[in-house]
Design a binder for this molecule. Structure first.
Ligand code: DX5
Ligand code: ZN
Length: 228
């Protein structure tokens, strides 16, 4: 198993060539595809729905797809995203009335479940559901837009979340989302994250192979620092 999972956010891809652009970042060495869903209600922006996910599967994108739901309410769309081909479904606890029920619904539909934390959302939402999670998503920007700046308070929150996971001997992916770039990814990894959503920091480059190689180099550096 790889130590670090790169998850390009296709919110920053070229929507007119979504299939092609998605395949390119997979061929360049990504592990997951991060699929941001916005509803102009939970967040002030609109993005993609289950039909676009289904089209990507039909285009033969076979990599795991990690669906980040920034929508409210959550439950009614879970079956549609599962049927469309989601691998992971992650939601924000404030956006659903019954967090445990929503987690159960995701599992019932054959997907892995994630819980997302906004910059001001406390980690106490983990207390009674930790063992049901496959992924914890720590937002390092307020959700709704790509290309925002990474909030430094995230480092401490990542360390706290990493400790909770390790103290409980759980194998939960700790993902970070927002403002991740080549120049901060090593420090983010060093703070405990093992999955990195990268939108503008990847898609603004014309050569995905080169930037992903550079990112992997930074991550290897963080890894060797953490084992010495
Ligand atoms: C923000 C989204 C992110 C976003 C990240 O609400 O959840 O996934 O696309 O984009 P960058 O990496 O540009 O901050
Ligand atoms: Zn996201």
């Amino acid at each position: 198993m790889k130590n670090f999972f790169l998850a390009p956010s296709i919110l920053s891809a070229d929507f007119a060539r979504l299939g092609e652009d998605t395949q390119k970042v997979i061929d360049a060495g990504s592990d997951l595809i991060h699929f941001d869903v916005m509803d102009n209600h939970y967040v002030p922006n609109l993005s993609m729905g289950p039909m676009i996910l289904e089209s990507l599967r039909k285009y033969n994108i076979t990599a795991p797809i990690d669906v980040h739901l920034m929508i409210e309410p959550v439950d009614s769309l879970i079956p549609q995203f599962a049927r469309a081909g989601a691998t992971f479904i992650t939601f924000h606890p404030e956006a659903t009335k019954h967090v445990e029920r929503t987690l159960h619904l995701i599992k019932e539909h054959g997907c892995k479940a994630g819980l997302a934390f906004n910059p001001a959302t406390p980690l106490c939402f983990l207390d009674y559901v930790l063992e049901k999670l496959d992924l914890i998503l720590i937002m390092s920007v307020n959700p709704g837009f790509g290309n925002q700046s990474f909030l430094p308070s995230t480092f401490n929150k990542l360390r706290k979340a990493r400790k909770i996971i390790d103290d409980n001997f759980l194998d939960i992916i700790l993902q970070v989302d927002g403002g991740v770039k080549l120049d901060n990814i090593a420090e983010i990894a060093f703070s405990g994250a093992n999955s990195f959503v990268i939108g503008s920091g990847l898609f603004k480059h014309s050569n995905y192979d080169n930037i992903i190689k550079e990112i992997r180099k930074e991550l290897n550096h963080a890894h060797s620092k953490s084992i010495h």
